[in-house]
Design a protein around this ligand. Structure first.
Ligand SMILES: [Zn+2]
Length: 632
């Protein structure tokens, strides 16, 4: 968030998440490196899919925990459209041993170009106009940033090590050489060997039992983009929770996870009723160890989720609705490149909100919508209303596409779609969305393509609609248009009433908070005064037990409020939280608050030194920038 270190809403409290969580950092100016776009198609990929494009992957891999390395062969079936003599792949942090072409595995020559920041190395493989198969033999390295190798002590059960991947946005290339652009889709099969007694899972048809010999076969017969490639290996068990829904987790986490997500089948059924069939077969969730850097990642058939949504009362399961919604918006109809990211996330937040309304009622959905609005306002304040970062259509050439994962794509996108719904009527909009998902299933969509489509299929039906909405202003202009819908929440108004009573001297214990959900508590915490006395903080803690809360959202929001007020009682809890949990959405605002309270950064860096080994590379990168970690 630029150089404003602590805004009132420094914590991005949105429960709307996906690869999820918006990135609440902004990279400091000095670390930005400008590079020219490397492709007119996708500024973050070397692939030239109009010449040679991949169609199918056969991946054979051996996962070795002792050396923290995957040794693998990526056998790509390609289509050579122009008779080209070279094919280009994206790679980063890989050791390429050799490359062959054709069904007879004939050696061919290849070159790796010098590393370019963020995008990695271009792998050029020599082919013939008739080549239809390319096999790349390679190994991952410690620079394979998608992979997080956890020791057994870093897991819940502490019996086995654990591995998971996070490919979005452009990290698939760090564990599989690929054409790493969301505009390119392929099917895949995989055979993965892992240590005996461990389970392997992918974004594919998955086992429900551990294979004694540690060998697993996977199949994803629907074409997916590379950022949805996913792998996890650990001591994992499965339990079904419905007709086509189930949970994977470490044994000690399974019962708790099953109880928390018992509404999953109802969510899937609601989503299907809204926008048509779920196309992927089963919908399962894998609950990961706490270092997972995001809230969730919508890997097809198998959402990866943080354990920080296990609140014990189902209050944070909108994240599951979000990842599920991606099965339509994102996984089925995919943003063409990362400049069109709002097409994935804005639609998903909208869809998530509709699922939550269906399952838990309009009151509940309105609270989520208002939290989304608060996040959006905080982001707009932070970037400034004129900043190009506040446009829905982005220009991320030369930047890490992670920079585009802000509240703008999620929450401005959501309010834009809400405005369309209000303008054309819910029935018309639902019909339009259903047709949109069907028409473009398993395809990618550009922002411009979407504008043409909605103009032709929806807005042309009533000449007043287009001018009432003003698509161009919403998509291509910065800031927030004046016609942004306003959403009211009665439940939040009640919270504000109680907070006023406390501010005017009523005892915290006398507030009518008995039935508050996590969202109401977050609204309460967010609106606490920025300056509080020791007595006030102690009173709140005594009345509501924030510091002892098992709810990560509440804990993080409380820490952000009390750090600037030097609430020493919280120090051990803050320390434990930062060492244990690696979800970036929580880390960023807490570290920012620590820095604001101690601008020398000594306090924050002291904790980070212990915590950093527990974080995934995605979170490390953000925190390294925030804490100047690599500078001295
Ligand atoms: Zn998402």
């Amino acid at each position: 968030m630029k150089h404003k270190l602590l805004s009132i809403l420094a914590i991005s409290l949105s429960l709307l998440a996906c690869n999820s969580d918006k990135n609440v950092k902004s990279m400091s100016e000095e670390t930005k490196v400008t590079i020219a776009p490397i492709s007119s198609e996708d500024p973050h990929s070397y692939a030239k899919p109009n010449d040679v494009v991949v169609k199918h992957l056969d991946w054979t891999a051996n996962v070795d925990f002792d050396s923290s390395r995957i040794s693998a062969t990526a056998r790509w079936t390609i289509e050579n459209k122009t008779g080209a003599k070279e094919v280009y792949f994206d790679t980063r942090g890989l050791l390429i041993d050799y490359v062959t072409i054709g069904n007879n595995d004939e050696f061919t020559t290849f070159r790796l170009e010098p590393e370019v920041m963020y995008v990695g190395q271009k792998l050029i493989v020599d082919i013939t106009p008739k080549t239809d198969v390319v096999r790349i033999y390679y190994r991952t390295t410690e620079k394979s940033d998608a992979l997080q190798w956890l020791t057994k002590e870093q897991t819940a059960d502490k019996t086995h090590p654990f591995l998971f991947t996070q490919s979005q946005a452009i990290l698939a290339r760090t564990w599989i050489p690929c054409q790493d652009s969301p505009g390119i889709r392929f099917t895949y099969n995989a055979r993965v060997k892992v240590p005996n007694s461990m389970m392997a899972l992918m974004s594919a048809y998955n086992p429900t039992d551990t294979m004694p010999n540690g060998t697993y076969d996977f199949q994803m017969e629907y074409p997916i983009p590379s950022y949805l490639l996913a792998l996890s290996v650990g001591n994992i068990q499965y339990q079904s929770v419905g007709r086509n829904t189930g949970i994977y987790a470490e044994p000690s986490m399974l019962a708790k996870s099953v109880a928390e997500f018992e509404d999953m089948q109802e969510m899937v059924d609601s989503a299907e009723a809204l926008y048509g069939a779920y196309r992927w077969g089963n919908y399962d969730v894998l609950v990961l160890p706490p270092s997972f850097p995001f809230g969730g990642m919508e890997n097809p058939r198998l959402t990866f989720a943080t354990p920080t949504i296990l609140a014990g009362d189902k209050s944070l399961t909108s994240l599951i609705a979000h990842e599920l919604a991606h099965s339509w918006s994102g996984n089925l109809v995919t943003n063409y490149n990362w400049n069109d990211f709002w097409l994935n996330e804005g639609f998903t937040v909208y869809f998530e909100n509709r699922i939550m309304e269906q399952v838990y009622g309009a009151d509940y959905a309105n609270m989520l919508a208002l939290i989304s609005y608060q996040d959006l306002q905080a982001e707009l304040d932070d970037f400034g209303m004129e900043s190009p970062k506040t446009k829905l259509k982005l220009d991320l050439a030369g930047q890490d596409p992670d920079e585009g994962m802000t509240s703008i794509a999620y929450d401005k996108g959501f309010y834009f779609l809400k405005l369309i719904e209000y303008t054309v009527g819910r029935e018309n909009f639902d019909q339009f969305l259903k047709t949109y998902f069907n028409t473009y299933a398993f395809k990618s969509m550009t922002t411009e393509g979407f504008v043409d489509y909605i103009n032709a299929e929806l807005l042309s039906k009533n000449e007043e609609w287009a001018s009432a909405i003003n698509l161009d202003e919403w998509i291509y202009s910065p800031g927030l248009p004046a016609n942004c819908p306003k959403i009211q929440s009665d439940r939040f108004e009640k919270v504000e009433g109680e907070l006023q009573k406390w501010k005017k001297g009523s005892a915290a214990s006398s507030l009518a908070s008995a039935n508050w959900s996590t969202h109401e508590w977050l609204h309460f915490l967010r609106n606490l005064p920025s300056k509080m006395s020791m007595e006030q903080m102690e009173e709140l803690d005594k009345a509501f037990g924030f510091i002892k809360s098992g709810n990560s959202e509440i804990l993080a929001a409380w820490f952000v409020k009390v750090i600037p007020n030097n609430y020493k009682v919280a120090k051990p809890a803050i320390n434990d939280f930062l060492v244990k949990i690696g979800r970036r959405k929580f880390l960023t605002p807490i570290y920012k608050a620590l820095i604001a309270a101690d601008p020398s950064k000594i306090t924050a860096r002291g904790i980070y030194e212990k915590a950093r080994p527990n974080y995934h590379a995605v979170a490390q990168q953000t925190m390294d920038d925030l804490l100047d970690w690599n500078k001295n």
